[in-house]
Write a protein that binds this ligand. Structure first.
Ligand code: ADP
Length: 599
């Protein structure tokens, strides 16, 4: 016996189903079978009423005992109804769709054959009105029942063919012209009924196929998205771990280098030290760029939107890039603008700096122009260049991480391929869309769309610039860091600046240092903690605990090479100032001075 498959009645039907994957085919079959059994109770009831009414009329008019024989046969078939209804009690029905499809068609074959016997048993030979009544009932029944069996083509055939074939053959058997004519009409009716039933069946099957294919596609998409999200989380974790491991030694190198540079001041070897520091600085910048991505992904950076004049922003970008443009012989122009926008100035500066840096990098000759234009309720900042341009098919991808158009060998000197991915993140964070218009060989224009500053933001007089106090460094600092190298390097650096640094490796030693300092009446002015201490101890918790215990007012500074988003979030939530490794000597001194001022 061939297996029941949806739309499985001909080679033509079999083609689309062959292309389907088996899971979709199974789902279609399940839905078809459920539809077949959904109507069994109401159709059996209607059929029984019709059959008994027919028997009553025929027996009343003809008194033919064969009517009672047929009624008995119909009753026998009716008693088999529990075989149908068992479907609704079968807990495995969904898994046994083929079995139930076969049973449905078998039971219909028996039912239809019993109906097919009716004209043979009690259709009168010479009573045209009664013959017409029988034809009316049987042909009417065959078409009225089609909708409830149309989900399965096999059930359609089992339901219609034996019944109508019984009628046609019984009519033809009478062999006179009238009956032969009626037989021919019934045969045409049978053909037409099957034709329309077939069309309905195909439409229904196609609809189900489309529905389940769509569902399967949606499921696939959801799975792929889950895989992508897992991969992205994995990438962030890897990034964070690698970045942390690199930061630790680089931090020490930066601090030692700064000490070395100071020591060699005025000697010929100083140039080497200065070069070394430049290389360290470049490496630190690369790591910072990666850290920027981690922090933007982690949502650690929260924009502080405010009314911002564009002119000072343009000036500082000009200062940053003027010498680089000059070295390449390019003209860099940032056209002065009186416009104000509603943005976070520091983040907007980073966004624009990335665009201008690229514009200079990818422009061999000509120039770069940055210009702001006022639009109703908006300001556009355009960064134009006369550079190499970007092919249309690349424009979408250049904002992806590590995507570089012409750097298959990943030459570091040509960049990391991260700049524009940071631009994308910043643009999303600030809500400033970035548009690109570029032509290969014909230059590029990156446009940032910003909201103009709100009127009420501009009304109050701009506060006077806060005077910058000279940073006063704390005198005694306690550092908790389990890495001896870093402790030594920091001690050397701070020592040069007159800061006495005591280094301890863990909380217990730190407690002892505090107790001793208090006993000698020489308390610490600041506490600096590494975030990740030995044995998994958490520098933030340790610092906060020590502060609560010994001096709740003591300024606390965290230093970390951590880039894992959830940990960064934790540090941010604590409100404790943090420096990211590798910390440049100047940044460390500035942070310590700021701590002192805040205390
Ligand atoms: P990177 O500059 O470090 O390679 P980015 O993410 O900043 O990485 O840029 C990605 C790619 O987009 C670059 O490799 C470059 O091919 C292309 N690109 C970016 N800005 C420009 C520009 N102004 N002109 C031409 N190409 C550009």
């Amino acid at each position: 016996m061939t297996a029941f498959t949806p739309a499985s009645t001909s080679a033509k039907d079999a083609q689309p189903s062959a292309a389907l994957d088996t899971e979709t085919a199974r789902r279609v079959l399940r839905a078809q079978v459920a539809a077949l059994y959904a109507t069994t109770w109401s159709s059996t009831l209607a059929d029984t009423v019709l059959a008994w009414a027919l028997c009553a009329v025929f027996y009343w008019r003809l008194r033919d005992p064969m009517v009672l024989v047929w009624a008995g046969l119909h009753l026998f078939q009716l008693l088999r109804y529990p075989l149908f209804s068992a479907y609704h009690r079968d807990p495995q029905a969904a898994q046994r769709s083929e079995f139930w499809a076969r049973r449905h068609s078998r039971e219909l074959l028996l039912y239809s054959s019993i109906w097919g016997l009716a004209p043979w048993l009690f259709m009168p030979v010479d009573n045209l009105p009664m013959t017409a009544l029988m034809m009316l009932v049987m042909l009417g029944l065959s078409s009225a029942g089609i909708p409830s069996v149309v989900p399965s083509w096999r059930s359609v055939l089992s339901f219609v063919v034996p019944m109508v074939a019984g009628l046609i053959t019984a009519l033809a058997w009478r062999a006179d012209a009238v009956h032969l004519f009626l037989a021919a009409c019934s045969a045409v009716y049978l053909g037409a009924t099957l034709h329309f039933a077939r069309q309905q069946h195909r439409q229904l099957t196609d609809t189900l196929l489309m529905r389940f294919e769509k569902e399967a596609l949606a499921e696939q998409l959801a799975q792929q998205m889950a895989v992508t999200q897992r991969a992205s989380a994995e990438k962030t974790r890897f990034f964070a771990a690698a970045s942390h491991d690199l930061r630790q030694p680089l931090h020490a190198i930066a601090l030692f280098g700064a000490v070395l540079e100071k020591d060699l001041q005025g000697r010929p070897e100083h140039t080497h030290a200065a070069r070394l520091m430049r290389a360290v600085h470049a490496l630190g910048t690369s790591l910072d760029t990666m850290l920027d991505v981690s922090r933007l992904d982690a949502g650690v950076i929260v924009p502080e939107l405010q009314a911002t004049p564009l002119n000072p922003l343009f000036q500082s970008i000009n200062q940053l890039f003027a010498s680089r443009a000059d070295e390449k012989g390019l003209q860099l122009r940032l056209r002065a603008s009186p416009l104000w926008v509603h943005t976070d100035p520091a983040l907007l500066q980073r966004l624009l700096a990335n665009l201008v840096e690229n514009a200079i990098k990818y422009t061999p000759r000509g120039g770069v122009l940055v210009v702001a234009r006022a639009r109703p309720a908006a300001v556009w900042i355009d960064v134009h260049d006369t550079g190499i341009g970007i092919a249309p098919e690349q424009v979408e991808q250049i904002f992806d991480e590590f995507y570089q158009v012409n750097n298959p060998g990943r030459d570091r000197t040509q960049g990391l391929g991260i700049g524009l991915s940071i631009v994308r993140r910043l643009s999303e964070l600030l809500g400033h869309p970035v548009q690109v218009h570029s032509r290969l060989g014909g230059g590029s224009r990156f446009r940032v769309l910003l909201p103009t500053a709100l009127a009420q933001e501009l009304l109050p007089a701009a506060p006077a610039e806060v005077a910058r106090e000279a940073g006063v460094l704390p005198r005694r600092v306690l550092l908790i860091d389990d890495e001896a190298d870093i402790g030594d390097a920091m001690a050397a650096l701070l020592g040069c600046c007159g800061v006495a640094l005591q280094v301890v490796h863990d909380e217990v030693l730190a407690s002892a240092a505090f107790t001793e300092a208090m006993a000698q009446a020489a308390p610490f002015d600041a506490l600096v903690c590494d975030y990740r201490l030995a044995d998994g101890a958490d520098g933030l918790d340790v610092g906060l605990r020590l502060r609560t215990r010994f001096d709740p007012q003591l300024p606390l500074l965290l230093v970390t090479g951590e880039t894992a988003p959830e940990r960064l979030q934790r540090v941010r939530d604590s409100g404790v100032p943090v420096l990211f490794k590798p910390v440049a000597a100047q940044a460390l001194l500035a942070a310590l001075a700021a701590l002192r001022r805040a205390a």
